[in-house]
Ligand binder design. Structure first.
Ligand code: ADP
Ligand code: MG
Length: 255
């Protein structure tokens, strides 16, 4: 039996107006695997993540969630997902963690974590509160339930954002540069949480500039260059023995 792909993208093309930024990309995140996306700024990493959870439209190619293809209506720049229920199912099952945390400033940490499971999934408050406290404890900030985001360090805020993503109990977690807004000393506390999640066998698609983390946690690494996959492989081979000049150049510039 082959492992199920929680996320699969086939020959995806995406343009902003006349600017094509994703030029025929195939990528998959099999259940229980961690796939990291690396590449220079502007290479299309964020766009690809956002196309995977349908935060962005794409002009052609397929997007599949757990083997289920997205159904589209329209063509080219008018192509949109056709089925509202499917969009919600996919978005709620692919929880995203952003570079800038995106916590709601007017809500406590506990309220932030509880919000989507209660309002989007319709779960009972009591059940969600218990889970929210468990996930906040898991990421090491169980004592911060009642404070507001501004009272936390960046590393604590990002850990709260990870607890919020986990509380949706998604099929996969999508991270978009989760440590790049953090000071180096705070970066490691977030890296540790991501490592723990990888060790638990969570399915994750991670955009990162942190090559050490990518090497440590990934089953597969994809190097994107100007909207195309330039090189990919297991981290051991890719980082130790890059084949293309572009990846060699990229890696030596990020050392
Ligand atoms: P990365 O995450 O690898 O830095 P992005 O996916 O953010 O790259 O961007 C890929 C390309 O798409 C860049 O050229 C960027 O300027 C362009 N781009 C991203 N978002 C938009 C947008 N909303 N409108 C127009 N162009 C965009
Ligand atoms: Mg980006």
């Amino acid at each position: 039996m082959t492992t199920e792909n929680v996320i699969e993208i086939r020959d995806l093309h995406k343009s902003y107006g006349s600017l094509e930024v994703i030029k025929g990309v195939d990528i998959a995140a099999p259940a229980g695997h961690v796939v990291s996306l690396i590449g220079s700024s502007g290479s299309g990493k964020s766009t690809l993540l956002r196309c995977a959870n349908l935060l962005e439209d794409s002009q052609s190619g397929e997007v599949l969630f757990c083997g289920e293809p997205v159904t589209w209506k329209g063509e080219g720049h008018n192509r949109r997902p056709a089925d509202q229920k499917q969009i919600i199912r996919i978005r709620t099952n692919l929880s995203m963690v952003f570079q800038q945390f995106n916590l709601w400033a007017h809500m406590t940490i506990l309220q932030n974590v509880m919000e989507a499971p209660v309002t989007v999934l319709g779960r009972s408050k009591a059940e969600v509160e218990q889970k929210a406290r468990e996930y906040l404890t898991k990421v090491g900030i169980g004592d911060k339930c009642d404070v507001y985001p501004a009272q936390l360090s960046g590393g604590q805020q990002q850990r709260a954002a990870i607890a919020r993503a986990l509380c949706m109990e998604p099929k996969a977690l999508l991270f978009d540069e989760p440590t790049s807004a953090l000071d180096p000393e705070l970066e490691q506390e977030v890296v540790k949480v991501i490592k723990d999640l990888a060790a638990e066998g969570r399915t994750m698609l991670i955009v990162t500039h942190d090559m050490r983390m990518a090497a440590d946690v990934s089953d597969h690494v994809v190097f994107l260059h100007q909207g195309r996959i330039e090189e990919q492989g297991d981290p051991e081979t890719l980082f130790k023995n890059p084949q293309t000049e572009r990846l060699q150049g990229f890696l030596s510039a990020t050392q």
